[in-house]
Design a protein. Structure first.
Length: 756
């Protein structure tokens, strides 16, 4: 290669295929942002989107069909694959236009796509002909041409994917690759054997891209982030090729998969591919690897003199030493605070080339796959940290550290300038309500126009007014765990919420205009059939009264690092084996003493939820969703509606913050007379984005109110408490409570006077 094209960078970070199509997974983005603070030069790449774009192109499909045509007759393939091959010219003709449309570059194509005679159609389109109680027109009638076209284009891509899986590479998947080889792989044997085989067609595309990048960048340290089991195989394939062709480059794996699965790694064959595997927060381990590999005397490193003169120091790092796998944690340096890790850096990534898809008509799943989101974290770890099904013993959940709202907004502004995108997905375990409040206030003070969503716990502190504040700051959706909608099991899970509380909180979000998605669980240890049925009834009622808009059922899985996994006897289950594997160890096979087969509920729970999300079938008997006998629910049919009708608590804490979201009113003085008496009045006219309204007060109260609204305006850096406002009023006026609960103030409460 000509020298002028060689970048020669010290660190190269990749996310191997595959994660999301619409936005980069943030791990390398976070690490690159940290390396910037240390003046360590790095380049990152999302090889998943690069492989997808090379495969799903005119040239890519021509190559794909050419490879298959030569051996097609010897394969026993489905009629569906034969149909796709017969229509190969239509696929190669349309693919580039469809990809451009999904990248947001060709919006007018939607009109052709929606006519349904533009795209070639195979089996995925048959689902449009057999809807469950509703049709495509209902689903997309209010969503518009662009969204319907995205959904049809997604089906078109999935048809091609089905062809690839059947005829080219059975491990292919848009958001995962060879996931089966990484999931619960206690032994390395199967994955190791797969890596000895000839690279697949998808592997060859990956390797061709990787080869060009490695030869251009020429890194000393190659970092591979593996967030999920579906990235593991391609991570090893990437490492295998680099180890063979560039043995001088040191290779390290980090990310969510090793953090949870490889904590007891002992199989030395793994180190035929990798030099290092790091666990938990990656900043300090990566910096120490850089010092060990790339020579600390090149500058930009802040380590102690004693560490530089001794043997290399490592933080939470596996490596091979004297033919054995050893775990090195010999650095005394502490992990970096969240305020020190820098702003996530999206440079190097092809942000304009990610593709937005709509796989299913689920509002929250649509957000995961449609649109590009900048990823940020409000707080490291989980402030609750008690849920018994969760890996609360691991640092990524156990170590809680929030980030100041001002610093978060600084990072948001920096990322908006860098990416040109103002959408943010806060990827917290559970975003803390107090920090969400502070962030919303800071966003509004800075007049930032942003759109954001995050994961929460259904805390009672999410009052109606707090939800209105979050909405005003740009929050459009939240997701949270209702888990098993049973108060007994929620207590056993140590969720810290009740079903009644969840109903009230979801009502507050919904009334503020914020979409609510709930994670739902079935099959938790000791869960009875009756409790499963009652949970479904709770979920039915939550959707029927309109306080939930989206949900997803998943079956309980026991993990090594959760309280259930560490103390199964407390939860009525028995581990099937106590022997640790030499490779991945996280998921635990167990026997529930109840003997209930929870698997059989899966289809009925998911089918009923699909219909509830579309606002239909609430009058069906629960028995109608299952093909086996279930008991009748013991939940009263009006349980949720009764919970929502309870009287509101009018007590306001003296420390509550009072904020005015509205603008400055125009004033008009007039005199009011009655039975020979007259007194001075004020009319205050306010204008919000939708309408204008007028309130009338006494002159003195009105003058005080105008002055106070300016003090508590969202644009001011300092907020006032309820006690401070009360004391200010009572300096010159009387009966604050009478005024606060009067009609004029109640009107303002409906238009942006918030008690937080």
């Amino acid at each position: 290669m000509h020298k002028s094209f060689i970048l020669k960078t010290q660190v190269f970070l990749i996310t191997p295929p595959f994660t999301q199509l619409n936005t980069p997974y943030p791990a390398t983005v976070y690490i690159k942002g940290f390396l910037n603070t240390k003046n360590i030069e790095s380049v990152q790449a999302d090889l998943g989107i690069e492989v997808i774009l090379k495969l799903f192109s005119k040239q890519g499909l021509e190559d794909l069909f050419q490879v298959q045509s030569s051996k097609f007759e010897v394969l026993e393939v489905s009629d569906n694959s034969k149909r796709i091959l017969a229509l190969q010219d239509e696929y190669t003709k349309t693919i580039d236009s469809v990809i451009a449309f999904l990248q947001g570059k060709n919006p007018t194509l939607a009109l052709q796509i929606c006519q349904e005679d533009f795209l070639p159609e195979a089996s995925r389109f048959s689902q449009l002909e057999v809807p469950i109680a509703i049709g495509m027109d209902w689903a997309f009638g209010t969503m518009g041409t662009q969204d319907k076209a995205k959904h049809l284009s997604t089906l078109y891509l999935e048809d091609i994917s089905d062809f690839i899986v059947e005829c080219v590479d059975s491990n292919f998947g848009f958001s995962r690759y060879a996931e089966r080889l990484g999931r619960s792989a206690n032994s390395f044997d199967e994955l190791y054997e797969a890596l000895q085989e000839k690279p697949t067609y998808i592997d060859e595309i990956l390797i061709s891209i990787l080869k060009e990048r490695i030869e251009t960048i020429q890194p000393e340290l190659f970092l591979i982030s593996v967030p999920f089991p579906g990235n593991l195989y391609s991570a090893f394939r990437s490492a295998q090729w680099v180890r063979k062709h560039h043995p001088d480059i040191k290779i390290s794996m980090g990310g969510g998969f090793p953090n949870t699965e490889l904590r007891s790694l002992s199989d030395k064959r793994v180190f035929e591919f990798f030099d290092f595997i790091t666990l938990d927060d990656g900043e300090l381990p990566v910096e120490l690897l850089f010092e060990a590999v790339c020579h600390s005397d090149e500058g930009g490193i802040s380590s102690s003199d004693s560490e530089q003169t001794q043997e290399p120091k490592f933080k939470r790092t596996f490596l091979l030493e004297n033919g054995k796998v050893v775990y090195k944690n010999n650095s005394t340096r502490g992990d970096y605070k969240q305020s020190e890790v820098g702003t996530p850096d999206y440079s190097d990534l092809p942000l304009d080339k990610y593709i937005s898809v709509i796989e299913i008509v689920n509002p929250m799943h649509r957000m995961w796959s449609d649109g590009r989101w900048n990823k940020l974290t409000m707080a490291h770890g989980c402030y609750w940290g008690k849920c018994t099904f969760c890996d609360i013993s691991l640092d990524y959940i156990k170590v809680y550290e929030p980030i100041a709202a001002g610093l978060l907004c600084d990072r948001m502004e920096e990322m908006i300038l860098q990416t040109g995108e103002n959408g943010f997905h806060f990827v917290d375990e559970a975003a803390p309500p107090t920090l969400m409040r502070a962030l919303a206030l800071e966003i509004l003070r800075r007049k930032l126009v942003v759109t954001w969503w995050t994961n929460i716990r259904f805390e009672k502190s999410f009052s109606g007014d707090l939800c209105l504040l979050l909405k005003a700051s740009g929050c459009i959706a939240v997701s949270g765990g209702l888990e098993v909608a049973s108060d007994r099991l929620l207590k056993l899970i140590d969720k810290g919420v009740t079903v009644e509380q969840v109903a009230k909180v979801t009502r507050n979000f919904t009334e503020a205009g914020i979409m609510v998605h709930s994670y739902l669980m079935y099959g938790f240890p000791t869960q009875t059939v009756q409790e499963t049925v009652d949970s479904l009834e709770m979920v039915r009622q939550l959707f029927e009264v309109g306080v939930l808009q989206s949900g997803f059922w998943h079956q309980f899985a026991m993990t090594t690092h959760s309280p259930v996994g560490m103390h199964p006897e407390k939860f009525g289950v028995v581990k099937e084996t106590e022997i640790l594997g030499t490779f991945a160890n996280n998921d635990i096979n167990y026997v529930d003493k109840s003997g209930i087969d929870h698997n059989k509920f899966s289809f009925g729970l998911k089918k009923s939820l699909f219909n509830f999300m579309h606002g239909i079938c609430f009058d069906y008997e629960l028995q109608d969703w299952f093909d086996f006998k279930i008991p009748k629910t013991k939940i009263q049919p009006d349980f949720i509606s009764n919970a929502l009708e309870q009287e509101e608590d009018f007590n306001i804490k003296p420390t509550a913050k009072i904020v005015w979201l509205g603008g400055k009113p125009s004033q008009e003085h007039f005199t009011k007379s009655k039975k020979g008496n007259s007194w001075e009045m004020m009319a205050l006219t306010f204008h919000d984005k939708k309408e204008s309204f007028v309130i009338q007060t006494g002159k003195k109260e009105g003058e005080w109110l105008v002055e106070m609204l300016e003090k508590i305006s969202i644009s001011n850096a300092k907020t006032c408490t309820f006690q401070e406002i009360k004391a200010d009023f009572e300096r010159n006026l009387e009966d604050f409570e009478l005024f606060w609960y009067s009609k004029p103030v109640n009107t303002l409460r409906n238009f942006g006077l918030l008690v937080l």
